[in-house]
Design a protein around this ligand. Sequence first.
Ligand SMILES: C[S@@+](CC[C@H](N)C(=O)[O-])C[C@H]1O[C@@H](n2cnc3c(N)ncnc32)[C@H](O)[C@@H]1O
Length: 384
Amino acid sequence: MTTPFTAMFRYFADDEFRGSSPAYFTLADALANDPAPAEPLLAAPPTQRRALLLFAAVQFLLRGAARGHPLAAYYPTLGGRRAPDAGLLAAFRDLTGEFGAELAELCATRRTQTNEVRRAAVLRPAFALAAAGRPVTLVELGTSAGLLLLTDRYGYRYRYGNGREVRAGRSDGLVLDCTVSGDGWSEPAAADLTVADRVGLDLAPIRPGDTAGADWLRSCIWPEHTARVERLDAALAEVAARPPRFVRGDMVEALPDVLAAVPADTVPLVFSYAAVTYLTDEARVRLVETLARVGARRELAVVLTEAAYAGVRLFDRETSVGERGGPAYAHWRTGAPTVLHLGHGTPHGDELSWSPTPVRWRPVGDASGRPARSPAGDRAAGPA
Ligand SMILES: C[S@@+](CC[C@H](N)C(=O)[O-])C[C@H]1O[C@@H](n2cnc3c(N)ncnc32)[C@H](O)[C@@H]1O
């Protein structure tokens, strides 16, 4: 096993899992010293050889082929109650030894995937702003299982630092908590939101009834984060009850046809959360060109909740606003769009700082012809 594996597990142990997942911290810490049980990761493409992929693959087996294995006792998300001890690494070694081929297959074919429903709490006020009381057709770029397309179907509890609370959306069913700060908050979340239609674009959508897909989403959640699994399951049930339309394919390629089919009596509202970041610089330029072309012909609202290079700087390549990332908002009514950087949402949507700030319409690939490059530091700053 090579040194990069050692460094990679050390990074995940110290910078990602410490303080957030005792089980994964213990495993990554041990694998940094002896990465041999991580050998199945070598089947993954080089850029995917990360602790998260191996650990998700192991959890996936614990939900299926390795159900009942003693390792599950350390996973609260699987009903386990044991705190990490010497038996954790022994059980992990046992499972990776017995299921090495299955793990290699999963590492070769799967990608870690997050569909975090709490992100809807960050999107909800942006959607209300775009809709202004009119029906919208939601079009999500990189929708995964489509959970964010049901943003109008959840309840919200927005809490301020001073203890004040604003409720929005449904009062029955799944309620999402979000802490709000920022001087521009004028309770936009409480506004009505009517969704006429919902369409999700993804290279690999997870449709209702895809039990392996749903299990993979659950398996990508860290073992102690039981509330996230509960939220995921509640949201998956909501999607199953009201399935959006899914379009399998590249978001940039598929978008023009999807927008052309949106009826004239609804406002198309294109949005993304942690998805445009996966495109190449050139594809991001083509995305903005498509949006501008459609916006020149009809009303169009767009909310990109991304790192700055994949969000606000697509609309204003010169801006220094929004260095911490989205949501960035552009709304075409007539002529050039109104563009705002709305604030900052945490990667999992538990916090929203709302301070809408106007920026200019100086899109990437426009006058300068230069796409917004994606500096490595920026990648860490946005939602993932
Ligand atoms: C990190 S997930 C985010 C899912 C969801 N937006 C959320 O916030 O919970 C990114 C999604 O983008 C999809 N994706 C990545 N590149 C894509 C592309 N070129 N076209 C369509 N979907 C893409 C992935 O398959 C994945 O489901």
